[in-house]
Write a new protein. Sequence first.
Length: 270
Amino acid sequence: MHANSRTPVSAQTDIHTQLPALLDRRVGQPFRQPIAVYNQRAFEEFLAAYRGFGVAAPLIVDACCGTGESSVWLARQHPECFVVGVDQSAIRLGRGTRQPLPANVLLLRADLVDFWRLLADAGLRPRQQTIFYPNPWPKIGHLARRWHAHAVFPTVLALGGVLECRSNWRIYIDEFAFAVERLTGLVTRGEVWAAGEPVTAFERKYRDSGHTLYRLVVDLDAAPQRVGAQARGALPVSSSLSSSFAPSVLSVSSLSSTSPASPTLADEAP
């Protein structure tokens, strides 16, 4: 793989000024998009695999898993858990299923917008959720396409567990932290860190291209308030989290999908 990836280019230099109002609309308006039939069938496939492994096992959801490299890594790191890697690209998932998978991992083709809502409807609460290197949609006019600004994001937060997001665009992580705090009351911030052993093809490419990598890890089960309970004016955008971005470099040892309705995997295929 050639390490020649470009960093996201954007006229945006800070948290989007329209993000607070958009988040308030998200929690104030029910998300009524119908569940697609193929996503319902995919969810039933997931339930069957989960039952086969043992539904008493903790669940890890690896969103935008691409080829599933990160899903396999998570499964090996947590053999007691069942890991479902979800992506909408059949091509990428096909690359990941060419080799035998661990018994505790399933790579599933589905739209995450529906999959997250089906998880919530089924009353399933993951121990851990990961969103590694989603498409950052860096154009100013594409704010609503970023996961933390999407109508499904309140559902993601309500699922609970430890949520980890990684990106090579600092503003994405700043906004992600802003959205988490506004919707849950959890004060968190991103970290600059070093990917010692990359867990996705994008992470490997970005590291080898010399990009600065960022991540945010937050325990949603520690939220002091329910999603949507945040007062509308509680966290104005002027209190930008970028000014308090953690400068420390961390180790990786500590602890994407294509649809007009949902963000896709970042960048071109590695």
